[in-house]
Design a protein around this ligand. Structure first.
Ligand SMILES: [Zn+2]
Length: 246
């Protein structure tokens, strides 16, 4: 292989690692946003459960107050009944008394239903609170994990950038410019090995004279189809041979 091509492969090795790290780095904000959304949902679920329980207690308090009022009315009505002097007065007081008893019964039934419902509402609130607490723990550890991994990877990229600059300096200018151009078009695969007389970048079958030049290793060869820089892979073992060995 042309020695300069080996230098490009060394450069590409770093570029691949940088590309991989950068794509991982780009994922972190997405993962974090997702975690924040889930946290907000947990909070909203708990808040809704808390609100339902509070509403239940409010309604109950209001109804219990109304029951007290009806009981006062009931007493007043009973007094009226006992003091009634005529049949007409008696009938009117009795009718009113019945009405109050009906209302009272209805309110009491409602309160009983609300009491039953309250235990379910309490359970729901406890459950949602538990889920929220559990998620909070995950949220905090996730924040810690993302922060430290993000910073670690960012520092590694900075380190690789320095190493890359050093490796790039070892490559002649014109070749480096060519590499940068191809790398832009084919990130991470500007230089590809040739296997089975094909460019492994685009699977284009190379003509015999191209293979001869590659073999000779004294000239830079570009894939006529995709424009990638070709590297003759001396250590390549075709699959059949590989199978025969094992
Ligand atoms: Zn190609």
């Amino acid at each position: 292989m042309l020695p300069d091509v080996q230098k490009l492969l060394d450069l590409q090795e770093i570029d691949r690692e940088i590309l991989d790290l950068k794509s991982q780095l780009a994922r972190y904000p997405v993962v974090w946003e997702e975690t924040k959304k889930r946290m907000a949902q947990r909070k909203a679920d708990h808040e809704a459960a808390r609100k339902r329980l509070e509403d239940n207690l409010d309604q109950r308090r209001r109804k219990e107050q109304r029951i007290k009022n009806w009981l006062t009315d009931l007493q007043r009505s009973q007094t009226r009944l006992s003091l009634s002097k005529t049949e007409k007065e008696y009938q009117a007081a009795n009718k009113e008394l019945e009405k109050i008893r009906e209302k009272l019964q209805k309110e009491e039934e409602d309160v009983n239903l609300l009491v039953e419902e309250a235990s379910r509402r309490e359970e729901e609130e406890v459950e949602e609170r538990g889920k929220l607490e559990e998620f909070k723990e995950f949220y905090l550890s996730e924040r810690q994990r993302i922060r430290s991994q993000f910073n670690e990877k960012k520092a590694r990229v900075a380190e690789l950038d320095r190493e890359r600059a050093a490796r790039a300096e070892r490559v002649p200018d014109d070749l480096r410019h060519l590499y940068e151009r191809v790398h832009k078009m084919h990130p991470g695969s500007a230089v590809v090995p040739v296997r089975g007389a094909s460019c492994t970048g685009c699977h284009y079958s190379l003509l015999p004279d191209v293979m001869v030049t590659l073999h000779r290793g004294d000239e830079l060869v570009i894939c006529p189809n995709c424009g990638r820089i070709l590297a003759y892979d001396e250590e390549f073992v075709p699959e059949e041979q590989d199978a025969a060995v094992s």
